[in-house]
Write a protein that binds this ligand. Structure first.
Ligand code: KIV
Ligand code: ZN
Length: 519
């Protein structure tokens, strides 16, 4: 049996399904390129039948990456499989990933199908998928709560029909490591044609065992692991890619398994994801959290000084945490920015876009003494990736404090409805606090009244002069949208995030009208 593990990243599909992790097309393409630089073998780019937006981003990713395999997810339905193929066929190495649930609970209540019908659907789906490509993955959803004998029959059928990868998900994170390993062993021993396919696992983290279950399954003979950066995903998320990869690297003596991931790209990849989705990395998170390599107590510090390995099982450098450089100051030139952008993986910015980022950095450097990689990433996302949509913030002024009058906001927005000549809309309004005044005034300008469901502020770096990054979630007429914005001034960042969310609501409204909205 091979000792090389296929790393299948589903950050852009299962990860993006998690609350607040929605990304726009450019953000997804940027992340896909980062995953390629990281060295994963397969990128699951999305679920093309879910919405027009999903279809377009999968198609764009398929055309943007090089030799890496691009998978598109599809239920075991003709229309889903055809749509997935249409989206990924432009990739050099496309894979159709089709799935159907096999547990009694899911078959009876969700699918309302008998086991025989599920077997028939498996056969039809895999046969259709293999008529498009020989690279077909089949997943038995809720496999860990399925009857092993029935699961083995479904898997045998999928392999007989041409599936080359068989994925066994622990969909609800229910399994325990020995038990899950036992299921893989059972399938490898009882499915007569098991040797014709690669067995894969996809473990959710509801009991915090996603990585442990994946590692146990690899020890039992699975050879593909489905993972997400920082473990994002449905509910408690998926097994975290960086943790699994570093377990294999650090305990090579124990697992004796290899993969193609460049571990020095792990931290940059997780940091980029965190910037894109506006969710900070938990300080205690293994490998990528701020505290993961911090030694606070005197005894530990003393030990570290005498011999690093006393308290360090891997080095920060090995996961790409070499210490962030100061990249630009007030007097740095555009050439320095050009090379920094390339180093950070922003390879496809137009000259105008680089100019925009350069101006923003100069502006930031007037107020912030040290500009770090994180700042540059945040500014690119703000200035280039999020500047899409009908409205953009032109000017904002807010008056607030403990004076005897309500907080006031004056807002000027550009309205790009008429692209040749953006219209300026200006208004002043009041609110119960400065942020409320801004949001209410924007509502009046854009003539909408969404409900604010969530409002979150994070600092991009440490220090009082750090860029603030705001995430807002809005709801209107049954549609929700997430917006993000960053600025040195958190009130301005809040306005940008709010406008970004309004723009996304407008896009969703358009999709609803033309029947491509999927929620
Ligand atoms: O968790 C799951 O079962 C899935 C499948 C679609 C692979 O995400
Ligand atoms: Zn999943």
């Amino acid at each position: 049996m091979s000792d090389r593990i296929t790393i299948f990243d589903t950050t852009l599909r299962d990860g993006e399904q998690s609350p607040g992790a929605t990304m726009n097309l450019r953000e997804k393409v940027r992340l896909a390129r980062q995953l390629e630089a990281l060295g994963v073998d397969v990128i699951e780019a999305g679920f093309p039948a879910a919405s027009q937006g999903d279809f377009e981003s999968v198609q764009e990713i398929a055309g943007s990456v090089n030799d890496i395999c691009v998978a598109g997810l599809a239920r075991s339905l003709k229309s889903d499989i055809e749509r997935a193929w249409d989206a990924i066929k432009g990739a050099k190495n496309p894979r159709i990933h089709t799935f159907i649930a096999t547990s009694p609970l899911h078959m009876e209540f969700k699918l309302q199908k008998t086991p025989d019908q599920v077997l028939e659907m498996t056969e039809a789906a895999v046969k259709l998928a293999t008529s498009f490509t020989s690279n077909v993955e089949f997943s038995a959803e809720d496999a860990s709560r399925s009857e092993p004998e029935f699961l083995a029959r479904v898997v045998e059928k999928a392999i007989a029909c041409g599936a080359t990868t068989i994925n066994i998900p622990d969909t609800v994170g229910y399994s325990q490591p020995e038990e899950f390993a036992g299921l893989i062993t059972y399938l490898l021993e009882h499915v007569p044609n098991a040797h014709k396919a690669v067995f894969s696992v996809h473990c959710h983290n509801d009991l915090g065992l996603g990585v442990a279950n994946t590692l146990a399954a690899l020890r039992a003979g699975a050879r593909q692991a489905e993972l997400t950066l920082s473990g994002i995903g449905e509910r408690a998320g998926n097994a975290a890619l960086e943790q699994l990869v570093m377990a294999l690297a650090t305990r090579k003596d124990y697992y004796d398994l290899d993969c193609n991931v460049d571990t020095t790209q792990l931290f940059p990849a997780c940091r980029l994801l965190s910037r894109i989705i506006g969710q900070p990395i938990d300080p205690y998170k293994a490998i990528v959290g701020r505290n993961a390599f911090a030694h606070e107590s005197g005894i530990h510090q003393d030990g570290m000084l005498k011999h690093r390995q006393t308290y360090e099982i891997m080095t920060p450098e090995s996961v790409g945490r070499a210490g962030t450089e100061i990249v630009m100051g007030k007097h740095s030139g555009r050439t320095a920015l050009d090379s920094k952008l390339k180093e950070l993986g922003f390879l496809h910015l137009s000259s105008d876009e680089v100019d925009q980022v350069f101006t923003a950095i100069k502006h930031l450097a007037d107020r912030k003494t040290t500009i770090l990689d994180e700042d540059v990433e945040a500014l690119v996302l703000e200035e280039v990736f999020r500047r899409h949509g009908r409205y953009s913030l032109k000017k904002l002024s807010v008056l607030s404090g403990n004076i005897d009058m309500p907080p006031t906001a004056m807002v000027i927005l550009d309205d790009a409805e008429n692209e040749d000549e953006p219209v300026e809309k200006r208004l002043s309004g009041f609110g119960s606090g400065p942020i409320d005044a801004v949001f209410q005034t924007v509502d009046t300008v854009v003539e909408r009244a969404p409900n604010l469901m969530e409002y979150k502020v994070n600092a991009v770096t440490g220090g009082a002069d750090a860029l603030g990054e705001v995430t807002v979630r809005l709801e209107e007429n049954g549609m929700t949208s997430v917006g993000r914005g960053s600025d040195e001034d958190i009130i301005v960042a809040s306005a940008k995030a709010y406008i970004n969310a309004v723009n996304r609501l407008i896009i969703k409204e358009g999709e609803k009208k033309n029947g491509t909205y999927a929620g």
